[in-house]
Design a protein around this ligand. Structure first.
Ligand code: H76
Length: 473
């Protein structure tokens, strides 16, 4: 009986081995470099944690309104939702005078908010380019502004110590070579010209703005792009050959089987996972904490470009957004919060307010954000643990206050809780109630439980290896 059972196990094991071998594909154009990257540029990307997304282009002028009609859809898609003929849309170029555009002021707002990086739309789906491109006439040079808007932007943000990244849309409603699908030789030839155009522009961007730290891709969900995995692999290589530290989002890529983000052998493409658009991994996803990833978020429900009417959907409060930042960091993610500057170059007052309020939080608590990631501890109902990867300090970011007024912490085996204190008041130790070897209640006195707050934990790890060595000698 025992023997039979053993041989059954062996057979099963053998079969599953075969199956595993069968499903392992030969993927030539999947993941480009080994992940997770540990080079300096990638570590900086990881430490930055909070970023500002900027959607700016011609769509900011109509701001969701076309011929007196307000469209509820995303303002940057107005050309499609209002069925505006291309030639008519192009006329907007003459109204892009952006007299209030002051990149130094933008950078100051971003800095006050506490962002460490910014990602700006160099070209969105309508094809309009914020820099004077050699490869098109439909760019900033053709506007009354004429000057290199993007260059000024890069300069101002870089001077403020904020890493600049470029968003680039492959999907292009204006380019004659763009196709949703490739169904004929004619389609293939046309799409070839779009790919060439994209490659030229991306390399042009790197050349013109060597400060650029990374690229974020969009409009890469089309069948035409998925059919060209080899091209996207080679493009990633070409870009990184030109600028070795570049950090590229997984949205850029498909493999030769048309798989996006994750290749046919389950390996991430690009440098970080970029599917969390307007959502977070909820409530806890163990797998995601082992990857580099980023969440991008809008303030209204779904508006990226400037929309005149923000009463059409829920507007997230600074507090909601702050909780999302902490939530992302607790699971090893970056948080990219979107701004949609106005057609005249100004930043709307609601966004200025949000930046200020988040900035206040960051001023006091950024030590629990920058350079932080998952703590390895079991999530608790009061909020989110984060951990500074260098100092080893653990932070309890409290967003849901328990009525009992005590905050549960469950450590891992071999850990001891040495001290808990409020952030910024680390000389005053909070009372600890030990329940079992690894479970404690932290009992803070005199905290305002109406607002979120952060507790710093000092945890001692039992040095088991040293102990072991001693025992041997
Ligand atoms: C759909 C879509 C696009 N992806 C978001 C990041 C916005 O740019 C939106 O227009």
């Amino acid at each position: 009986m025992k023997k039979q059972f053993l041989s059954l196990l062996l057979i099963l094991g053998f079969c599953s081995g075969l199956v595993a071998q069968d499903t392992k594909k030969e993927v030539k154009y999947g993941q480009y470099n080994g992940l997770p990257r540990q080079d300096q540029a990638m570590q900086k990307w990881r430490e930055n944690r909070l970023g500002q997304f900027i959607h700016w282009g011609l769509y900011a002028i109509p701001g969701g309104v076309w011929k007196d009609k307000t469209y509820e859809g995303a303002a940057e898609w107005l050309q499609i939702s209002a069925k505006v003929p291309r030639e008519e849309w192009e006329q907007l170029i003459h109204d892009f005078s952006i007299e209030k555009y002051d990149p130094n002021e933008w950078a100051a707002i971003a800095k006050e908010m506490g962002v460490k990086y910014v990602t700006i739309t160099t070209k969105h789906h309508d094809g309009f380019c914020l820099w004077p491109s050699k490869y098109t006439e439909f760019d900033i040079e053709a506007t009354p502004y004429k000057k290199d808007l993007l260059g000024e932007f890069v300069k101002a943000y870089t001077k403020a110590g904020i890493d600049v990244n470029f968003y680039y849309s492959i999907l292009d409603w204006r380019h004659t070579g763009w196709r949703y699908d490739v169904k004929s030789i004619e389609d293939a030839e046309a799409f070839e010209t779009l790919m060439e155009y994209s490659k030229n522009q991306l390399l042009e961007l790197i050349e013109r703005y060597p400060e650029v730290k990374g690229f974020w891709f969009d409009g890469t969900w089309d069948k035409s792009w998925k059919l060209n995995g080899k091209f996207s692999y080679e493009l990633e290589k070409a870009m990184k050959d030109k600028s070795p530290g570049l950090v590229v989002s997984s949205r850029m890529r498909a493999d030769e089987y048309g798989k996006r983000h994750i290749d046919s052998n389950g390996r991430l493409m690009g440098d970080y996972y970029s599917v969390y658009e307007r959502r977070l991994p909820l409530p806890w996803d163990e797998e995601i904490t082992k990857m580099d990833w980023e969440c991008c978020m809008t303030v209204p429900e779904n508006q990226w470009g400037y929309h005149q009417d923000w009463s059409l959907s829920h507007i997230k409060s600074p507090l909601e957004l702050t909780e999302m930042i902490v939530h992302a960091v607790s699971q090893n993610g970056n948080f990219l919060l979107n701004f949609g500057p106005m057609g005249n170059g100004d930043i709307r007052k609601e966004e200025r307010f949000i930046a200020k309020e988040i900035g206040k939080w960051m001023d006091e608590n950024s030590e629990a954000i920058y350079g932080c990631g998952p703590s390895g501890l079991q999530k608790q109902d009061w909020g989110y643990f984060t951990k500074n990867n260098k100092s080893g300090k653990v932070y309890m970011n409290v967003f849901n206050n328990p009525v009992i007024g005590k905050y549960r912490v469950k450590l891992k085996k071999g850990q001891t809780l040495k001290k808990a204190s409020l952030i910024g008041k680390q000389s005053e130790a909070l009372h600890l109630e030990q329940i079992s070897k690894t479970v404690y209640f932290v009992v803070p006195a005199n905290v305002n439980t109406k607002d979120p707050f952060v507790i710093v934990l000092e945890i001692e790890e039992k040095e088991s290896r040293k102990f072991h060595q001693k025992a041997l000698t």
